[in-house]
Design a protein around this ligand. Structure first.
Ligand code: GLN
Length: 352
């Protein structure tokens, strides 16, 4: 059992009140010892330092092309780490439920591979970086695969269209249930986000019709956009998101429930796509500076995976021009650097 330095019981009742200090506790009581789980005190110190260093940064601005997102409090800031041995570190607004947005694309890709197998998903979607904005039309026209990869809007809508079901409801419920299994608890749609995005998603509908022209969408285009819009509107808090990330760090197993929710052999395909395209057209700069597979969403969340060790999720709504949370990038970069997590560095496996 991990010795708790500072407990935040207030978090249980004060949904919007920031937690002061780090809350560290094994969630749900189940710990499976990983031989490479990170050192508790070092993680705690690095997360706390990063939180303090960047908490007053006001660079960037909320996404506003989805009206709901423009009015989310841009000062919200939460950081959570879940390790493969199920330790949980939390600081700040970790109980605020924000829309998962593009981070959902990771888990729909996982579900598509569960259903179809990775070869068929690769053939139908591909995994090439587009080097363009996440909602690019020219990428669909110009790329040989048209879909690009599962993490740009076109490729993600096509991935959603692969999910089987008798009707739209059955497909949507399957996706939501799968996300909930990955999170280890029931997740729900934020209805206001869904309505706000559904009323303003003409661009995504256009992408879906373009995919239809190239025969790269595999169900009704507008139905697929609607399910995709719902999946982007699922609410998660920083801790839930970190746990969803920890599943990928733990070879597809949820460290809290012990359930194998993603096939072991599918995990590298997901992590490689995250490295290639997780932060859209700034994924190259991210790989250069941080060296961890990660995924961002315009809701302000980013989750980064440290294979074998755990995941860090940060929520802060202000975004840079590429659509990635400014503070989330700063915090993850700081922690990864402090703890020598960069996967491309020999020090990530203990070599000096
Ligand atoms: N739902 C958003 C969209 O389709 C997701 C984009 C994102 O998070 N980058 O535009």
């Amino acid at each position: 059992m991990f010795k708790v330095g500072f407990r935040c019981g207030a978090l249980l009742i004060a949904v919007y009140l920031p937690c002061i200090g780090i809350c560290a506790a094994p969630a749900h009581g189940q710990a499976n010892k990983s031989p490479v789980a990170p050192n508790t005190a070092r993680v705690e110190a690095a997360v706390r330092e990063a939180y303090e260093k960047y908490r007053n940064d006001t660079n960037g601005k909320n996404a506003d092309y989805i009206p709901y997102l423009a009015q989310v409090d841009s000062k919200l800031f939460g950081v959570a780490v879940v390790t493969t041995d199920n330790q949980v570190f939390e600081i700040g607004d970790v109980k605020y439920s924000f829309s998962i947005q593009s981070i959902s694309k990771v888990y729909t890709l996982a579900l598509a591979m569960e259903e179809l197998g990775h070869d068929r998903v690769f053939e139908r979607i591909g995994s090439e970086p587009t080097g363009r904005a996440f909602n690019s039309v020219t990428a669909v026209v110009e790329m040989p695969t048209h879909t690009g990869n599962a993490f740009v809007n076109a490729g993600a809508i096509a991935t959603t269209s692969l999910i089987s079901g008798k009707n739209e409801d059955e497909k949507w419920n399957k996706i939501l249930d799968f996300y909930s299994k990955v999170a280890g608890e029931k997740l729900v749609l934020i209805d206001e986000v869904y309505k706000s995005e559904a009323a303003t998603n003409a661009g995504n509908k256009a992408l879906s019709m373009l995919l239809a022209k190239y025969e790269r969408i595999y169900a009704d285009p507008f139905e697929s956009v609607d399910i995709y819009t719902k999946q982007c509107s699922v609410g998660v808090n920083a801790t839930q998101l970190a746990r969803m990330g920890a599943v990928l760090a733990d070879n597809g197993k949820n460290p809290a429930t012990g359930e194998q929710v993603i096939k072991v052999e599918d995990v590298p395909f997901i992590l490689s796509t995250m490295t290639m395209a997780g932060l859209y057209d700034s994924s190259g700069a991210w790989a250069w500076h941080v060296g961890l597979p990660a995924k961002s969403g315009v809701g302000g969340g980013i989750v980064a995976i440290v294979p074998g060790k755990g995941a860090i999720a940060v929520f802060a709504p202000r975004l840079d021009d590429a659509g990635n949370s400014v503070k989330a990038q700063e915090v993850i970069e700081y922690v990864a650097d402090k703890l020598a997590f960069n996967l491309f560095s020999p020090s990530s496996v203990g070599l000096k």
